[in-house]
Write a protein that binds this ligand. Sequence first.
Ligand code: PGA
Ligand code: ZN
Length: 436
Amino acid sequence: MKPWIRQFQASEILDSRGNPTLSVQCVLTDQSIHEAGIPSGASTGSREAHELRDGDPSRYRGLGVLQAIRAVEGELSDAIVAQQPEDQSGLDRLMIELDGTPGKNRLGANSLLGCSIAFSRALAHRRKLPLYRSLHPGQAPTLIPVPYLNIWNGGVHAQWQGSDFQEYMIVPWGAASFRDALRWSSEIYHALQSELKKSHLPTGVGDEGGFAPPTTSNRAPIEFIAQAIEKSGFGPGADVAIALDLAASGFYESSGYLLRTEKRSLDSPGMVEYCASLVKDYPFLISLEDPLSESDSESWPSLAERVGSQVQIIGDDLYCTNPQLIENGIRTRQANSVLIKPNQIGTVSETQAAIGTAVQGGWRVMLSHRSGETLDAFIADFVVASHAGQIKAGAPARGERIAKYNRLLAIEQELGREARYAGPELIRLYSRGTRS
Ligand code: PGA
Ligand code: ZN
């Protein structure tokens, strides 16, 4: 077999927060170069695979990735070039064995994922297929996901200046296509901006491009957003639903769930009650991500039992895209859906395995960006390839967020009449009408 991979190169670039991150290039013997930019989270789960950072305080506040560059250009590149893997799982297995630790602690999940994604693009090039086709063996994927657009940022993504809950998302599930869904979302985003201005609230944005004004209640953003949906000529519930990522691990303390904006703390049964009342009061609410802390896993089944037939209960911090952790969650009925982020686990094929485990267990899946992003739109191709039908990639604003949405527009256009928007399927599962 003729060698086709020449080498892997890496460099230190900046992410959307101005922190260093890794860019990896896979160079082929035909001179073509295939690149990956690696994202980075701020509200990370404790069991995410290891992100290798230098820890040298004299550079980038310790966040430099020079060691990761060395790992890519040294050990990883040498081993891959020697073996010339022909498929994704072959490459990923090789790197996992070379690292030799369960959490990718030695070479870093950022180094491995950089090689894994750059390689997936090289494979697509070799197969002369678009990335979303190359990532999906067999029949061409045609399901275009419903976007969850985070238009109100709180928690750690807004330096705890606003709501305790991290993300308030609009879900344009009633649109006929992704193109229409994105237009609706942009119109609602700007209507929300006008509503905030009218209320003399600041319209600066948080890490994911959503507005981040101060508030005295975690329910107020839902009211504002519902109003912005109406002002844009759409029906909350019928046309556009709302979803939350509470990211509750971030405000869970020894005393319980500390709701700073509401000046109170709730114990675990109190927080379950709080979430159940949100579901009851807002029929257009279709999804609660991390409604409870990863350190409070015993409380998850009671919430899932209470409201799991009405809304998605999505585990992010609890599962970290790890097939074993997801399997445990399914067995103990903690939730009914899982958030999937490739850099939580560190390779493309392990991410595919995590999705497979969830789907086999009857759970729904949502693909996700990270709060620190680059212009790399890999997850847009990946969500189409994996038939997940749901993606969150931030607000319909800021270059690193819209790179993903714009790529989905292009895929939908390329598929033409074959493309099928996932909205109707989601409506069938979670429509509960408008406000009672
Ligand atoms: P992160 O947040 O990328 O900062 O971890 C995203 C999320 O919690 O879903
Ligand atoms: Zn989350």
